[in-house]
Ligand binder design. Structure first.
Ligand code: ASP
Length: 323
C-alpha cells in the first residue's frame, strides 16, 4: 500500500477476512472507524467455522463457551471490554456499550451478562456440535466426560494435562482470536478484538484480548495495534501499547512492531517453547499497515476503500528466540 495514503483502511488477523468487506462498505459511505471494526468483528463472531471467536468457539474446561472482547476509540482514548461472557454471541457489541454508557472500562462474568440482558442483547446457544465434539475429543478422549459435579481435584488434574499439551493444541490451530483496526476518512482509528480465548481454558481465565494495552490499543495520533496468540505474554509485555508507544517515539511502523516482538524474548515462559505464540497487527496514523509473528507462516489481511477485496500479506517474521 502506498505510504501516506489518506483513505479508509482496515487491517486484521487472517480470520478477519470474512469481515473486512463489510467494514470497508461502512468507510466508503463515510461511516466511522468504530462502526467499521464492530461490523467486521461481528461477522467473524458469527462464522461457525471459526473455532476461536464467538459462536462455534472452543469451550472452556467445563464445556462452556466463554467470550472476551474489547474495543478502543483512538480519538477519545475511550475503551470498553467484557470478559468470560457466556450466552451472548456478540461480545464486541457489549464491549462497545460498556464504553459508551458506563463510567467503566471492563465488566466480566455474570455482571457483564446482567449488563447485556439489561441492554436488550439477545442470548443464544454458542456451543456448536462441532466445537462440543472437539472438546470431548481433546479433553476426555474416548472416556466419560466429567461434569461440573466432579471433584475439583479431578478437574484440576485434567487441566494441568491440557496445559502441558497447550503448544500441541496451538499447532492444531483451534485457537484464533480476531482483531480489526480501521481508520476512517477523518483520521479516527479504532481497534476491536474478540475471542473465545484459549480453548479448554480454566473457567474465568482471561487472556490479552479484553485487556486494553495488552491485546488492544489505539491512539489516533500515532496508530493502533492488536495481538493474537499466547495472551499471557501480551499482558506481561503490554504488547499492543508498546507498538503504539514506539510509534509515538518516532519509529517507523515495521520497526515499532519488530521492537515490540523482540521485547517478548525477555519473558521467562515455560509454555512458550514453540514458535507460533505471538502475532501483532498494526496501523500507523497515516493508515499504513503491517503485521508481525513469531511464526514464519502467519499472514494478515487488509483492505482500503479503493480495493474490491481484502488482500493477504505475509507477516514480518520475528522468532521468539534469537536465531
Ligand atoms: N490471545 C488469545 C488469548 O490468549 C488467544 C488467541 O489469540 O488465539 O486468549
Amino acid at each position: 500500500m502506498a505510504r501516506g495514503a489518506q483513505v479508509g483502511v482496515v487491517v486484521g488477523s487472517y480470520n478477519a477476512r470474512v469481515g473486512l468487506p463489510a467494514a470497508i462498505e461502512i468507510l466508503r459511505a463515510g461511516g466511522s472507524a468504530l462502526d467499521a471494526v464492530v461490523a467486521a468483528v461481528k461477522l467473524v463472531e458469527d462464522d461457525l467455522t471459526d473455532h476461536g471467536v464467538g459462536t462455534g468457539g472452543i469451550p472452556n474446561l467445563l464445556g462452556q463457551v466463554e467470550l472476551d472482547a474489547s474495543i478502543m476509540d483512538g480519538t477519545a482514548l475511550a475503551a470498553g471490554a467484557v470478559g468470560a461472557v457466556k450466552h451472548y454471541p456478540h461480545p464486541i457489541e457489549i464491549a462497545r456499550k460498556v464504553m459508551e454508557v458506563t463510567p467503566h472500562v471492563m465488566l466480566v462474568g455474570e455482571g457483564a451478562e446482567l449488563f447485556a440482558r439489561y441492554h436488550g442483547f439477545e442470548p443464544a446457544n454458542l456451543l456448536t456440535e462441532e466445537a462440543e465434539r472437539e472438546w470431548r475429543r481433546c479433553i476426555h478422549g474416548d472416556g466419560e466426560a466429567p461434569g461440573e459435579g466432579n471433584a475439583w481435584e479431578d478437574q484440576y488434574n485434567l487441566y494441568m494435562r491440557v496445559v502441558k499439551d497447550w503448544t500441541k493444541l496451538l499447532h492444531k490451530e483451534i485457537f484464533g482470536t480476531t482483531n480489526v483496526i480501521a481508520r476512517d476518512r477523518e483520521g479516527n482509528i479504532a481497534c476491536a478484538v474478540s475471542t473465545s480465548g484459549w480453548g479448554f481454558k480454566w473457567p474465568g481465565r482471561l487472556g490479552d484480548s479484553p485487556i486494553i494495552g495488552a491485546g488492544n490499543y489505539a491512539d489516533s495520533r500515532f496508530g493502533a495495534a492488536a495481538c493474537t496468540g499466547r495472551g499471557e505474554m501480551a499482558i506481561r509485555a503490554a504488547s499492543a501499547h508498546s507498538v503504539v508507544m514506539y510509534l509515538r517515539q518516532g519509529m517507523p511502523l515495521e520497526e515499532a512492531l519488530r521492537t515490540a516482538m523482540v521485547d517478548l524474548r525477555a519473558l521467562v515462559d515455560p509454555f512458550a517453547e514453540r514458535d507460533n505464540v505471538m502475532n501483532i497487527v498494526a496501523m500507523d496514523r497515516e493508515g499504513n499497515v503491517a503485521a508481525a509473528s513469531t511464526s514464519a507462516a502467519a499472514r494478515f489481511v487488509f483492505q482500503t476503500t479503493e480495493m474490491d477485496d481484502p488482500e493477504e500479506r505475509p507477516r514480518i517474521h520475528v522468532p521468539l528466540r534469537e536465531e
